[in-house]
Design a protein around this ligand. Structure first.
Ligand SMILES: [Zn+2]
Length: 78
């Protein structure tokens, strides 16, 4: 576990997780291996240079961070 993978389990099954590259802090919930919900705050969206538009739900680096967190078990699949 690294400092960027903060384990704060929030209401609704969302977990706070930050992008390993841009450090944008978002809330993530996985309802299945294929289904990932990401809640961006305006602060996080302004921070991440790779979140280009609304069609891209998350930046590629954040996606990697999410996948790693799932592998490590810090992000549970609910
Ligand atoms: Zn990012």
């Amino acid at each position: 576990m690294t400092l960027t993978e903060r384990q704060e389990y929030l209401e609704g099954g969302f977990t706070e997780l930050s992008c390993a590259r841009c450090d944008a802090l978002v809330r993530v919930r996985k309802s299945s291996l294929q289904q990932t919900s990401v809640q961006w705050t305006t602060q996080a969206a302004g921070r991440c240079p790779r979140k280009l538009n609304a069609l891209v739900p998350t930046c590629p680096d954040l996606r990697d961070s999410i996948e790693r967190a799932v592998k490590l078990g810090t992000l549970g699949v609910a």
